[in-house]
Design a protein around this ligand. Structure first.
Ligand code: ZN
Length: 298
């Protein structure tokens, strides 16, 4: 109700996005003039050079045919539900005519859950892998049919888990694993793994390395923190999404899970909403053709 009251008009939504996008006020990208006047189409027109800026252009809300009010409701629904929401649930909640719209909105919002230029994890981390999809645990090494291998990076915070990163990897080869490690972990971070040979070069790459379990297993018998993350992730994919996540789209879901997990202790759902709205105006538009097939991914 509070949301409905605060964002009762398109004007209120635009005002909110303006504050997030241009917290220090608008500045003309062409001539750096700061004074604008508002056109009938709600564009900000530069008094210096007549450049026209739209609050939604260049954000995920660009070219949306729907009122921002509905988008705000969607963002609230997504962030206020502890376990998130399925496309069908969102479609019903918002009364959208098309499942496809709900589906694409959710994927756009998932893209906004990755902060541009987010940092890598540091301190002490556990690294392990799980297979997603398919029921049997995979064989060690390369390629288990129909399954996707995901690297879990879990930061140690005493006995608890700090932040996590999840990264799809092509296989458990050294090359794939080291690529994922350097993408997600700061050098000089102490990394705990099992004895899998694919981690043999960590020291050389500038990561102090401790083998905390000798037996090398891929996809099963995980280290304790990674294991906790893995079971929550699997439960979430089965629960909220009924296990219907296909390999090519998995990245988007991993991003959403990470967004939620890393903010799980946040007391206020309002903060999650704020963060999602903020990142939604920070990232570039995500056309639906780039979502399909999972090609859009940073
Ligand atoms: Zn200008």
């Amino acid at each position: 109700m509070e949301l409905e009251q605060q964002f009762a008009s398109e004007e209120a939504c635009r005002e909110y996005l303006f504050q997030l996008r241009w917290p220090n006020g608008f500045e003309c990208p062409r001539c750096h003039e700061r004074k604008t006047w508002k056109t009938k189409q709600n564009l900000y027109c530069c008094v210096g050079c007549r450049y026209q800026a739209s609050i939604t252009a260049g954000t995920i809300f660009q070219d949306t045919g729907k009122p921002l009010k509905i988008w705000f409701r969607a963002m609230w629904y997504v962030t206020s539900q502890k376990y998130g929401v399925s496309a069908l649930g969102l479609q019903r909640m918002l009364g959208l005519g098309s499942y496809r719209t709900a589906w694409s909105w959710l994927h756009k919002l998932r893209c906004a859950m990755v902060r541009p230029g987010r940092d890598r994890l540091s301190g002490i981390v556990e690294v392990d892998e799980i297979y997603i999809g398919g029921s049997k645990p995979g064989k060690r090494g390369r390629g288990a049919a129909g399954k996707t291998l995901v690297m879990i990076v879990a930061q140690k915070d005493g006995k608890r888990i700090g932040r996590i990163r999840l990264q799809q990897v092509a296989d458990a080869s050294e090359e794939s694993l080291m690529g994922a490690v350097s993408k997600t972990i700061e050098p000089n971070t102490l990394i705990h793994t099992d004895g899998w040979l694919g981690y043999g070069k960590l020291d050389k790459l500038g990561y102090p390395h401790k083998i905390v379990r000798e037996e090398p297993h891929i996809g099963i018998n995980l280290l304790p923190l990674a294991n906790r993350v893995a079971s929550l992730l699997k439960r979430w994919l089965l629960g909220t999404h009924q296990g219907a996540v296909r390999g090519s789209y998995l990245d988007y879901y991993l991003d959403e899970f990470t967004f939620r997990f890393n903010r799980r202790t946040s007391q206020s759902r309002g903060k999650l909403f704020y963060r999602l709205a903020q990142q939604s105006v920070e990232i570039a538009p995500v056309p639906i053709k780039d979502i399909i097939g999972g090609r859009f991914h940073r």
